[in-house]
Design a protein around this ligand. Structure first.
Ligand code: ARG
Length: 582
């Protein structure tokens, strides 16, 4: 099922070409239709007449007039009106809204078409570093990445979710050397431990590495042994990775995020080939024994050319080398049509260089593959500083999430008295985790984001609690009406009459438009805004239109059902579960 916007674009394109056949020679010609900014202007507006004035040598209003005459309104459009300098305001017919809303309800995909050619989309997100805790930056990457993955899956694509864990590098040498000396039972598997301890040992090993020259040597030796593939060193490395991965898994489980671990080490066997590829193209310059690529347009603060170092003089490889190998693998082996990587904005330059390098070496053809580095701002405390715990340490993610769940439980116990303890625990998890996710997703990701338990757990405004509560209310209204939706559903029409009903039904038809916009701009806040408006429009409808016992009862209950289905799917795409009561 096409969205109203897609249908209108086609209708207006054809009308414009009928009115002015010469437009087919005008390369800049495109049809721009947007949702109306004000309800009394109609539902959509055609904005292109103003841009055509110069080419057609006519006043925009006259152009709009001629195009309007050519629009075959069929049953979709109830009214067209020229306004201002040359807009055409478009009002959809009730029959169209009714028919499409009815179809949406009977379609498990809620009217969203499956693409004729699904894309293979690689999404690289979360991606913490071994022997370190996940931090709030990784939380943003995880939440936004998971939501984009869910969106593209729902839109009918083949999505590969990858956790590009930082599991390779020189730091493991010193950690292995340290554990060998201080905690040999950990490496033999005799002693169980956890990530928190591992992080402490990591810090201690770093300190010793910086202070003790002998230890430094041993650490460096461990690196070469490890990179040479020594089984004992690999075993130690594997133990360190497993301890970390277990802690990450706990967080992903709590968040309900599924992701495939494919760390940097996976690309290790491919790194020398990457160097060869660059060498063959003559892109490598030697700089004090290091293999560098100089890409035009990249300079440091002093204005000197900035190299991308693919191999260091000690023959070690870099973060960039691995990302280049990942690019190659994802393009040629995974056959990606689109690659999306999520990290904080601090890595923008790195990925700009990766993209430019990948183009030059012949991995990436921008005509065939779309690459997006999806960035986001910092997480701040309500006091505007970088997010930290009271003790001053960076907050452990797991603690942050459990706190959100605990706070949700307190709020729930203050609100509703008749919920059993077990059910309350489930509700608290759904609300607490949902609140953390929604608060993050609902702000424009490019800005910094202020983390506040109090704000995210509010029941008023654009929050998870407000939407979950609206959902619960809709379910309650359906229940109270006594109408068995399953019985009347098949084919029974939704017939919106009242303006509040029409506005609500039309908003449902725009679900696909909101999803398309998120898919294009990779901005989940478009979807949170959409759902917030949906809840709002539902509330107006319920204020103005009686459901239970009214003449229109069946149609209105079905409308409630459609709202609840869209709300549920929308929240699902945001990574949120719904509840039946709250
Ligand atoms: N491990 C990196 C970090 O914590 C993020 C990796 C992102 N993905 C990538 N392909 N570089 O900053």
């Amino acid at each position: 099922m096409k969205t109203p916007l897609q249908l209108l674009q086609k209708i207006f394109l054809e009308a414009a070409l009928r009115a002015f056949p010469e437009l087919s020679d005008f390369s800049e010609f495109s049809v721009e239709i947007t949702q109306s900014t004000r309800e009394n202007f109609g539902h959509y507006q055609f904005n292109s007449a103003m841009k055509l004035g110069k080419f057609l040598q006519l006043p925009p209003r006259a152009i709009a007039e001629k195009i309007k005459e050519q629009v075959v309104t069929e049953s979709m459009i109830a009214g067209l009106e020229i306004a201002g300098p040359g807009f055409i305001n478009i009002t959809l017919s009730n029959a169209f809204i009714s028919e499409n809303c009815t179809r949406l309800l009977s379609d498990p995909r809620l009217g969203i078409e499956i693409p004729s050619k699904p894309q293979k989309i690689v999404i690289d997100f979360s991606s913490p570093n071994i022997a370190k805790e996940l931090h709030v930056g990784h939380l943003r990457s995880t939440i936004i990445g998971d939501s984009l993955a869910r969106l593209f899956e729902f839109l009918g694509n083949d999505v590969l979710r990858l956790n590009h864990i930082g599991d390779w590098g020189t730091s493991f040498g010193m950690l292995i050397a340290y554990l060998k000396e201080e905690e040999p039972e950990v490496l033999s598997g005799a002693k169980q431990t956890d990530l928190t301890q591992l992080v402490n040992w990591y810090r201690a090993s770093k300190k010793r590495f910086d202070e003790d020259a002998e230890f430094k040597k041993r650490g460096q030796q461990e690196v070469s042994v490890l990179q040479a593939g020594d089984p004992k060193a690999l075993h130690a490395w594997k133990i360190i990775c497993d301890i970390s991965a277990k802690a990450y898994r706990e967080i992903y489980d709590l968040l309900g995020v599924s992701i495939n671990d494919r760390g940097e080490s996976f690309y290790n066997p491919m790194l020398s080939e990457v160097i060869e590829d660059f060498e063959k193209k003559g892109l490598i310059s030697d700089s004090d024994g290091a293999k560098c690529v100089f890409l035009s347009g990249f300079t440091n603060r002093e204005g000197e050319p900035l190299p991308m170092i693919l191999q260091k003089s000690d023959l070690g490889f870099n973060y960039a080398t691995t990302d280049m190998a990942a690019m190659k693998h994802r393009i040629f082996v995974e056959k990606a049509d689109r690659i999306i990587i999520l990290t904080d904005a601090g890595q923008s330059l790195h990925f700009q260089m990766i993209v430019e390098g990948a183009k030059q070496v012949g991995y990436l053809d921008p005509e065939k593959l779309r690459f997006d580095h999806v960035t986001f701002g910092l997480v701040l405390s309500p006091d505007g500083k970088k997010f930290k715990t009271r003790s001053g340490d960076t907050e452990r993610l797991i603690d942050l999430l459990t706190t959100a769940v605990e706070r949700a439980e307190t709020i729930l116990s203050e609100r509703s008295l008749d919920i059993e303890k077990e059910e309350r625990k489930t509700l608290a998890r759904i609300l607490g985790i949902g609140a953390v996710k929604y608060a993050d997703l609902s702000c424009n990701r490019t800005g910094d984001y202020t983390f506040s338990y109090d704000r995210m757990l509010r029941f008023e405004g654009n929050t998870a609690a407000y939407l979950l509560y609206s959902y619960v209310r809709i379910e309650g209204i359906k229940r109270k009406s006594g109408v068995d939706v399953a019985k009347i559903k098949d084919g029974a029409p939704i017939l919106p009459e009242h303006p509040a009903e029409i506005a609500l039904a039309l908003h449902l038809l725009r679900f696909g438009e909101a999803l398309q916009e998120v898919a294009e701009h990779l901005t989940p806040n478009i979807l949170t805004d959409y759902l917030y408006q949906l809840a709002d429009k539902f509330n107006s409808f319920f204020r103005d239109c009686r459901v239970e016992g009214s003449l229109e009862q069946n149609s209105r209950v079905l409308l409630c059902e459609a709202v609840s289905k869209v709300m549920e799917k929308g929240l699902y795409i945001l990574g949120m579960e719904t509840v039946k009561r709250m």
